[in-house]
Design a protein around this ligand. Structure first.
Ligand code: TXE
Length: 500
């Protein structure tokens, strides 16, 4: 890669990766290989082993042994924090390499990938403090004969299944918090974006994480993923992905060992724009909310709900923004919207664009496949005349497709916003504090933005209401998710006898 130019090139040959168990990278050997082609260029960029069920068992056994002998959970918070801080520093050192492979496998713009990697280092730095400050509670009000302590203990071996839309960011919204709690990990990245998870495993070993605490198995969801969710030696499973697979995770936990679950699933997130908003800001934010990561975010603002009096004007403003957005080669620093990550996702998005028109919605702009000579690109699409019953208004498309629905009152805006099975995120744009607070309180969503969108940081938890998931990641809540609570009752002095 030529780092001096403003446009990097894809590699001349794909990089070979091993999977990672017990502190070591294990080469593919005679295992099958998954060769990943970059969605922006169509050239092979990585070669990843397809692990076997025996590899999965070995990874879980390594994580189990590392947890059970307390080589990590038995360290004090200062020692765990030191490893996490060092990992943050190493991520910063290898930031360019991580961003490059993130862009190659995912198709996101390199400038965005770089910013995400910086955010990931920050996650480790923040979580290092939590390794030291995690604490329980005490009860000194139980009478002179009893003292109560509530301790937090790490849950144990955590299975971590991640998707392809933010392979490194979603990983780093979880790994440092899981490690801060004292748990050990078996991660299963998406088969199309495994490279940066494998790089993180190397970094953690170099940072001093004891062997066996971070293991990575690569392969398909239906074999390795399914094996992980059913594994009886896994105590907790954190899954981020589709609602359909989320359901399988719940079923598998019920059928096997009732492992604790964290689920971050789909979204159909509203962007509510009132006539009194700064419309210029709102138009920019709405375009960003659906264009960022080609709309392949669980928190993409895919439903624009706009006050009727400004609806036409605002649609034109968003259309003007879409016309200026730079869609193109993910390795070009100027690109704002890159390639669609998988062929399957490209087909899904295009079929929704057809379906929307067949259902009677009006395609105002975009929605066409862009010919960049190679790779797969879609111009951000804007749909008007959308009704609440249409598939494009109800189902997660996971692409750059924005629907517009007008409203006449605060109540109607809230009703439309909540008319979904999901509850992941929402934004409101208004300069009126009463409207902002009423909507914030009444719209069901785990993340809420007022006069902004997609903002965040390691302090603030992530997760959804309704069918968007269970539990929270990141922030102090993120560490607490990976703990069990134990109530300790301590008798003081001589026991009052039960039998005299
Ligand atoms: O997700 P999957 P896909 C949504 C989005 C997208 C759709 C399909 O709407 O169009 O899901 O994407 C692993 N047991 N989101 O098919 O299949 C899989 O290998 C255990 C929303 O890529 O859910 C990968 O590691 N694991 C979303 C992970 O699950 C299994 C992010 C996610 O893949 C498995 C991604 C199984 N049986 C997609 N089958 C978000 N909320 O951010 C697959 N996997």
């Amino acid at each position: 890669m030529d780092q001096a130019s403003s446009k990097l090139s894809p590699p001349s040959a794909p990089r070979e990766f091993g999977f990672f168990v017990n502190g070591k990278s294990i080469p593919a050997g005679d295992r099958d290989i998954f060769e990943r082609a970059s969605p922006g260029h169509g050239v092979p960029v990585t070669r990843i082993p397809k692990c076997t069920p025996a590899d999965l068992d070995a990874a879980v056994a390594a994580a189990r042994a590392a947890f059970d002998d307390r080589r990590w959970s038995g360290l004090n918070g200062q020692a765990r924090a030191a490893v996490l801080l060092k990992a943050g520093a190493l991520i910063r050192e290898r930031a360019e390499e991580i961003a490059y492979f993130e862009t190659l496998e995912n198709g996101k713009p390199i400038s965005q990938a770089r910013a995400e990697v910086g955010g990931c280092a920050d996650m480790f730095e923040y979580a290092s403090g939590l390794a030291r400050s995690l604490h329980g509670d005490s009860f000194n009000n139980l009478g002179d004969g009893l003292f109560g302590i509530v301790t937090r203990e790490p849950v144990g071996v955590v299975g971590l299944i991640t998707p392809w839309n933010f392979p490194f960011l979603i990983l780093c919204e979880r790994v440092p918090y899981i490690l801060a709690s004292g748990c050990t990990i078996v991660a299963k990245p998406s088969e199309v974006t495994s490279a940066t998870t494998l790089i993180l495993a190397e970094i953690l070993t170099e940072a001093g994480l004891p062997d066996g605490c971070m293991n990575v198995v690569t392969g398909s969801g239906s074999t390795i993923g399914q094996g992980l969710i059913e594994h009886v030696d896994v105590d907790m499973l954190s899954f981020t992905g589709s609602t359909a697979v989320g359901r399988r995770v719940v079923e598998a936990a019920g059928r096997t060992n009732f492992k604790k679950l964290g689920l971050e699933l789909g979204g159909k997130n509203p962007q509510i724009v009132f006539a009194d908003a700064d419309l210029e800001d709102a138009a920019d934010g709405v375009a960003f909310g659906i264009g960022f990561n080609t709309g392949q975010c669980c928190v993409s603002g895919s439903r624009l709900i706009v006050e009727r009096s400004v609806a036409d004007k605002f649609a034109q403003m968003v259309q003007d923004k879409f016309a200026k957005v730079r869609v193109g080669d993910p390795l070009d620093e100027a690109t704002q919207v890159g390639a669609i990550t998988t062929d399957a996702q490209n087909t899904t998005i295009m079929s929704y664009i057809e379906k929307g028109q067949a259902e009677g919605a009006r395609l105002i702009c975009g929605g066409e496949q862009l010919d960049m000579g190679r790779g797969q690109y879609i111009a951000p699409a804007l749909f008007g005349d959308v009704t609440r019953d249409m598939a494009i208004a109800r189902e997660e498309i996971f692409g750059p497709v924005l629907t517009i629905m007008p409203f006449d009152s605060v109540e109607e805006a809230i009703a439309i916003a909540n008319d979904t099975v999901y509850g992941l995120a929402a934004s409101v744009w208004t300069k009126n504090i009463d409207k902002a607070l009423t909507v914030t309180r009444r719209v069901q969503a785990g993340r809420f933005w007022v006069n902004t969108t997609l903002a965040g940081g390691p302090e603030l938890p992530l997760g959804g209401f309704k069918q968007s998931g269970w539990g929270r990641e990141a922030g102090k809540y993120g560490v607490e998710e990976y703990t069990q609570i134990k109530s300790v009752h301590i008798e003081i002095g001589k026991r009052t006898p039960w039998i005299e």
